[in-house]
Write a new protein. Structure first.
Length: 102
């Protein structure tokens, strides 16, 4: 089994993980992968929330026709979406390294 760089996780994340899962180290999946999976899931949830907020902005614009507010909020929302997707890509590369996919 290859060694992982656990220093990418905060102390709080590691401590919480160990508290919640210390009896479960009989899994085939490594703790590294379990933590990364949780981070990926959390990021995907944030992406879903971002998309829902974007749809809500469109609906609000349809009701108010406040173009300045819509443009400002949409720009912020799009920047957050882009940041979240970069984070997802980073986590995915850590979880599924290129050499494992080939």
């Amino acid at each position: 089994m290859k060694k992982h760089d656990y220093s990418i996780f905060s102390k709080k994340e590691l401590a919480l993980f160990l508290q919640n899962n210390e009896d479960n180290f009989r899994y085939i999946t490594s703790p590294y992968d379990i933590i990364l999976d949780q981070q990926i899931n959390d990021t995907l949830e944030k992406i879903d929330e971002n998309i829902k907020y974007g749809k809500a902005l469109i609906e609000e614009y349809g009701k108010t026709n406040d173009a300045i507010k819509w443009l400002t909020e949409t720009k912020k929302n799009n920047a957050e979406w882009e940041r979240l997707h970069k984070e997802y890509d980073r986590l995915e590369k850590l979880r599924f390294p290129k050499e494992e996919l080939e």
